[in-house]
Design a protein around this ligand. Structure first.
Ligand code: ADP
Ligand code: MG
Length: 269
């Protein structure tokens, strides 16, 4: 796919891994903030009923009047569900726990896999001038994650640097292939990013070696280190880039944004 073959508009990236706690939300928020630092306009779509991306970007629960639920299940126009964050150039469609019933509510809806795709292609999009839309997926390969993959140009996979990290990846890749066959033939793997990496830990090194041996240049060169500032930032309702701009975590997400902007995404394994 060349960029010429698709209409101008934002690059839509689903941040997905069906394992919980691997750094999806952290990556969505901080990569978004880093892209904004590079001059991009970015929308984060919170597709996890836990709403951690919304909290992490400072949208309080009582401020979430319109959410991803309204966008997907109540046909709310995109313009109604976008919330600003404290960061210029960064907006979010927040999520609340309502979204957890989506699977059941959508069972009989024939277009259930295309709801996010259709919402993100509304004409109203153009006025925002977004360069990237990052979708923070739930820890599951459910209908919400499928919606993200159908809507997206590519999938970015955070991989926690721990034992069993690569387990589950083949199932994720299978889902990507299925979505490609059934709904979104252009879907790419944007890349796999190692998160919570501990350089002093042999296991982290081993996971990196295994990932690079098995997945080659699907794996980003940039590695996100385990850094306490990264885990503190959400309780201050901001990305680590704003909470502690000089921290190792902030620098790593800047490097990831830089690498993302300079690489072309690959056809999946
Ligand atoms: P997921 O969205 O995949 O469930 P999260 O992004 O919420 O995962 O991360 C899980 C936990 O790990 C969170 O408490 C988060 O703050 C912490 N965490 C994520 N990345 C890092 C990191 N690089 N260094 C330290 N803690 C991290
Ligand atoms: Mg999450």
């Amino acid at each position: 796919m060349s960029d010429l073959s698709r209409p101008a508009g934002p690059r839509i990236i689903a941040v997905a891994n069906q394992k919980g706690g691997v750094g999806k939300t952290t990556t969505a928020i901080n990569l978004a903030a880093a892209l904004v630092e590079l001059g991009c306009r970015v929308l984060v779509v919170d597709l996890d009923p836990q709403g951690n991306a919304s909290t992490g970007l400072g949208v309080e629960r009582d401020e979430r009047s319109y959410t991803t639920y309204d966008l997907l299940l109540d046909d709310a126009p995109l313009t109604d569900v976008i919330h600003p964050t404290g960061i210029d150039g960064l907006s979010i469609v927040p999520a609340t726990v309502d979204l957890s019933s989506a699977d059941i509510e959508l069972i009989s809806n024939e277009k259930r896999s295309f709801l996010l795709h259709d919402s993100l292609r509304q004409v109203a999009m153009d006025q925002y001038g977004w360069d990237y839309i990052l979708i923070d997926c739930p820890p599951s390969l459910n209908i919400l994650t499928v919606n993200a993959m159908v809507a997206a140009h590519s999938v970015l996979v955070p991989l926690q640097s721990e034992f069993f990290a690569l387990e589950g990846l083949s199932q994720l890749m299978l889902t990507v292939r299925e979505v490609r066959q059934s709904a979104n033939p252009e879907l790419r793997i944007e890349g796999i990013v190692l998160t919570m990496f501990d350089r002093r830990n042999n296991l982290s090194q081993q996971v990196e070696q295994d990932a690079r041996d098995n997945l080659g240049d699907l794996v980003f060169r940039t590695i996100i280190p385990r850094n306490v500032r990264v885990s503190e930032a959400p309780s201050y309702a901001m990305p680590v880039l704003n909470y502690d701009p000089k921290s190792q975590g902030a620098e790593a997400y800047r490097a990831l944004a830089d690498e993302l902007m300079n690489k072309t995404s690959r056809e999946a394994a």
